[in-house]
Design a protein around this ligand. Structure first.
Ligand SMILES: [Zn+2]
Length: 306
């Protein structure tokens, strides 16, 4: 349902303090045990019936219309009630689809609640595998076994397109990036992308090498979106505020710079600890400086194959 009076930024839950977004590494049980009672869901309107929801954990995309609500990611289980309240502010239709951008718990934590309530959960097949270690022990990193209702019921290999609420919603798997199951979601008519955790606006990414991620895939994901962007493109990052192509371009350039520096250290035979000690990001940390060591280690591991 459209609401012409809907303000561009409307705080659903009143006047609580600013929300501090959880770090990308804070997936799963640790973050899930945080107190969610003070979290509020902020709704950012992108078009009449297309929204970004921000709370705790990965940013959510929301398409509403006569067909039903379509969610991209669902944060943590204790937030499902607040997320559904935010959805109900803009539509009287139920959540019919949940698309997961990857398996991390700060993006899939609401799956069990929403799947149990009848939503169809869709994700890349590696998301299903990583959430289901009982069946796929070969690919397991740090994931716990998900409840049956939390598992995707539809999976795909390369991509899928939804024709829903009068939109074509294009979903593309981007290979080994933040994990091995990341997708980028494109709303062509709205000129909006949701990049999941292949994009952390304004800070170093978390690259989950243990889940099949790698720096080259993160760079490729950024390039894919930049190639399809125009001046008016808006990009929902996995974490951080709504972004424009210029923010993604700066992020891509930073990634390429660090990749080049670490690659040259690797080529010179440096060990992982020696690469960290060489501080290859020292001139960048002032801008991007959220945990450079973790980032540098992930880049090293991606390039050295360790
Ligand atoms: Zn993630």
């Amino acid at each position: 349902m459209r609401n012409p009076l809907w303000s561009r930024r409307n705080r659903i839950a009143g006047v609580a303090a600013a929300v501090v977004l959880a770090g990308g590494a804070a997936a799963g049980p640790v973050a899930g045990q945080q107190d969610m009672s003070q979290v509020e869901i902020e709704t950012v309107q992108l078009e009449g019936d297309l929204f970004m929801l921000m709370g705790r954990g990965g940013n959510i995309g929301l398409s509403v219309g006569d067909d039903g609500a379509f969610l991209i990611d669902d944060q943590f289980a204790p937030l499902t009630g607040k997320i559904l309240a935010a959805v109900a502010e803009v539509t009287d239709q139920p959540v019919r689809w949940v698309l997961n951008t990857h398996w991390h718990g700060d993006h899939t934590g609401g799956n069990e609640n929403l799947g149990g309530a009848g939503a169809m959960i869709v994700a890349h097949r590696n998301v299903y595998r990583r959430m289901n270690p009982a069946e796929f022990a070969d690919v397991v990193g740090r994931s716990d076994q998900a409840a049956r209702a939390a598992l995707p019921v539809v999976t795909f290999a390369d991509g899928v397109t939804f024709h829903w609420n009068g939109r074509h919603i294009d979903v593309t798997h981007v290979g080994e990036a933040h994990t091995d199951g990341d997708v980028i979601v494109h709303f062509p008519r709205a000129n909006v992308f949701h990049m999941g955790d292949t994009f952390f606006r304004g800070r170093y990414p978390f690259i989950d090498v243990d889940s099949g991620g790698g720096v080259d895939g993160v760079i490729a994901a950024a390039n894919l979106v930049l190639e399809r962007s125009s001046g008016g493109t808006r990009i929902i990052p996995g974490h951080g505020d709504l972004a424009a192509p210029e923010h993604l371009r700066a992020y891509r350039d930073m990634l390429e710079t660090v990749r080049m520096r670490v690659a040259s250290l690797v080529a010179n035979g440096r060990t992982e600890d020696q690469v960290v000690a060489a501080a290859p990001t020292s001139d960048l940390d002032g801008v991007w400086g959220d945990n450079p060591e973790r980032f540098v280690r992930a880049v090293y591991k991606s390039l050295s194959g360790t």
